[in-house]
Design a protein around this ligand. Sequence first.
Ligand SMILES: Nc1ncnc2c1ncn2[C@@H]1O[C@H](COP(=O)(O)OP(=O)(O)OP(=O)(O)O)[C@@H](O)[C@H]1O
Ligand SMILES: [Mg+2]
Length: 250
Amino acid sequence: MQPILSAENIHIKLGGQEIVKGVSLSVEQREIKVLIGPSGAGKSTFLQSLNFLVLPEQGSVSLEGHPVNPENKKELYAHRQQVGMIFQDFNLFDHLTALDNTAVGLIRVKGLKKKQARERGMAELARVGLEKQAGQYPAELSGGQKQRVSIARSLTMDPKVMLLDEPTSALDPELIGGVHGVIKDLAEAGMTMLIVTHQLYFASSLANEIVFMENGKILEQGQPEKILNQAEHARTREFCSKITKMGTSG
Ligand SMILES: Nc1ncnc2c1ncn2[C@@H]1O[C@H](COP(=O)(O)OP(=O)(O)OP(=O)(O)O)[C@@H](O)[C@H]1O
Ligand SMILES: [Mg+2]
């Protein structure tokens, strides 16, 4: 099967240092891949390069088999609409309500009229369980609710794949479940996702594959049971046992 999104031999330099050193990874339709690895491994940098928020020095990113040229603005914007990105810190506009945060892209990017944009925005807010909070501003929402607004906003663009970078790491433990519930619903609805998370219980219940990245490279990848319980590399085993013990969020 042809992957929805694939990265081939991505190299990224930042501040004169090579941060990502030849990573290739692809996600097929309806597949959920989870990326784990120590702090500084280059997970966020790599994820951002898939949307060209960071430009690779070398390598290519393809959507449905077509390599994307980020220098072509039209192609770049089309790509970004189809590849949704969810950040750790939500990235909402403080001066807009939950509904307007959700609908803003439909108006600015897709050119919808305000009324239609708000209707679609409401539908996506309902999908993440936030109909009642539509009129509230980010300051009046919990972290978990903010993250769900950010997911609703991303869904309005009808993405073909979603990239989530530690979507629950900024949340209090009791708020994590609600966001995980929304991500699980998306998975059940057939959304293709690449997720950076250290919530191993969540990852193992959802992922088709777990990818372990260290020092800018993929060290090992495989089915969750294998990576979490019988990894080949000592480094992978050590890392998994450490984060299981710490019960880290993210
Ligand atoms: N703009 C930048 N300039 C220079 N170095 C950077 C820049 N952004 C990130 N780095 C470095 O790149 C390395 C990888 O960072 P990255 O955020 O991708 O790691 P990560 O795997 O996501 O870590 P974490 O688990 O802590 O989120 C780090 O050593 C970081 O200091
Ligand atoms: Mg990161």
